[in-house]
Each structure stands twice: as C-alpha cells, then as structure tokens.
Design a protein around this ligand. Structure first.
Ligand SMILES: [Zn+2]
Length: 297
C-alpha cells in the first residue's frame, strides 16, 4: 500500500476513534472522560528505532490539546514513572519542563521520580502545576494531597493513589519518602463515605496489586502504573486499566453513571505514531535542550 494511502487511513481511523468516544460522551449527561498515561519514561520524542507506534511526549502534547479542545471537562491523569528509570539529571529536568506544559490535571509520583539518584531534581517536582496525589505516602516539602474529588452529574468520584513500596526493588528511595498503609486506609474510608465511586491509581507490580485488592476489595476501578502491560481487564472486578510504556498509546476512557450508580466504561487506545504531529511548544523545548546538550558535549 502506498505511504500516502496508509497515512490517510491512519488519520481516518484516529478521527473515527475520537468520534466513537465523543458520541458516547454526548449521548449521556452523567459521563466523565479521562486521559490516562503512566510509564512514559522520559520518552520525549519518537526514537525512530523500531515499529510504530513509538510514542513521544511532543506528539502526546498534540493529542492532549485536541482532546481538551473538544472536551474541556476531560480529566488528564498521569500515574507516575514519567522520568527515566536511570537518574539522568538533564533528561529528567527536560521531562519535568515538558510536563509543566502538558499539565496533567492529576499526577502521581513514584519510584523513578523518588529514587536516590534523583536527589538534584527532587526540588523541581514541587513546580509541577498538577494536583499531586499521594494517599499512602508523604515526601518532605512536597505539596502532596490524599484524595481528589470529581463530579459527574450527581455522582461524586474520588481518586486516590497507592505507591507499592515493592516497586523500589531495583533502587533505593530518597529518605524523605515515608509510607503508611494506615494513612491509606483512613483516606480510603473517608473517600468511600463521601463519594459514589472510588478510583485508585495503583503504582506497582501485579503481585502487589493482588495483595492490595485482598485488603481493599471495595475499590471500583484500578488505574495500573509501573507494570507496563497494555491489556486492559474491563470485565474484571474491579476493572483494571493499563497504560503500557514509553507513551506508545494514549488511553482515553469514559465513565458513565445512572442516578449516581456506575453504569459502564468505554475505552480507546490511541496509537502515538509518526502520523500524529508534534506540539510546537514542546518541540521548541526539545530543540533548545538539544542545542544546550550539543554545546556541552
Ligand atoms: Zn514505577
């Protein structure tokens, strides 16, 4: 097939995916749409190093702008590990600059952000303009908050974030990070008594998730992070949504409620391929970064 025909088919597919998601949204008043990312691992641009989609925060920026333009109420959540798994200061500083521009509504920070090698970038984390969510941990001097409440018609949704400390198996956490499962239990109980639906961003591995759900079986929806699978389990109880890795896909999902009761989820994964244009402001941040790196080397 000719490349131009392939490009055209890809654009048509993207428009159809968005249309399906937005028509679901507009058909119901008690619906709320979410963008979900995690494990973007500082993949700031397409590496041209294999088969598409290969992601790129610059292209994700374009998709996020398009989605927000069509639906300003969309809630953009990032589940953490947005910096690189290696403590490369310059790369991780660049990623924080890009995220200041992407502005997720809710962000969770995790092992890749809190590893000991990231001592120098830790103060920059407080400059992220998002609601920084942490329900079972604290980090000295970071403005973390335990629960984020959202409205969807008459339904109230609570979003919490649980960082499984076993996700630090490969690296030591910074000493300012303190865990408390008791704190999570308290936050979860408060959320259950003051909302109709509870979402937990669970940052950890599958084994840790089973243990967590054994302790907290009443969770209504899990947004999985750290684990890099991208196979969603929508018929599981609770349903589990995965983000994949390196920003190869943007997960777009819509929750629908009837009379405050959860009704259904509609989910689409948008491939972040070379067919998606890059956001110009992020492109500029990256080209400035490359100029500085070139001079330094
Ligand atoms: Zn992680």
């Amino acid at each position: 097939m000719k490349q131009s025909v392939k490009n055209l088919l890809n654009m048509v597919l993207f428009i159809v995916l968005l249309f399906i998601n937005f028509s679901f949204l507009s058909a119901q008043t008690d619906s709320l749409q979410f963008i979900y990312l995690a494990n973007t691992n500082a993949a700031y641009e397409n590496c041209h190093c294999g088969y598409n989609p290969l992601g790129g925060l610059d292209r994700i920026g374009h998709l996020v702008n398009e989605i927000r333009r069509k639906n300003p109420q969309v809630v953009f959540i990032d589940g953490g590990d947005f910096t690189n798994s290696y403590p490369f200061d310059e790369l991780n500083r660049l990623t924080i600059e890009i995220y200041k521009h992407l502005k997720p509504d809710i962000m969770m920070l995790a092992d890749q952000e809190f590893q000991t090698g990231n001592r120098k970038i830790a103060p920059s984390l407080s400059k992220l303009p998002s609601f920084l969510l942490a329900s079972n941990f604290t980090f000295k001097d970071l403005p973390l908050k335990p629960v984020k409440y959202l409205s969807c018609g008459k339904a109230k949704i609570a979003v919490l974030a649980f960082l499984d400390n076993s996700s630090f198996w490969y690296v030591k956490p910074l000493p300012e990070l303190k865990f408390s499962e008791q704190k999570f239990k308290k936050n979860f109980d408060t959320a259950r008594s003051s909302s109709d639906f509870q979402i937990v961003i669970f940052h950890g591995e599958e084994a840790g998730l089973s243990e967590f759900l054994h302790k907290f079986p009443a969770v209504d929806l899990i947004l999985m992070a750290h684990d890099q699978s991208q196979k969603d389990k929508l018929s599981a109880r609770p349903p589990i949504i995965y983000a994949g890795a390196d920003g190869e896909y943007v997960t777009l999902f819509t929750l629908r409620f009837r009379h405050r009761n959860f009704d259904s989820i509609r989910l689409t994964k948008i491939p972040v391929s070379l067919k998606v244009p890059a956001d110009q402001k992020i492109e500029k941040i990256i080209s400035d970064f490359k100029k500085v790196q070139k001079k330094a080397n």
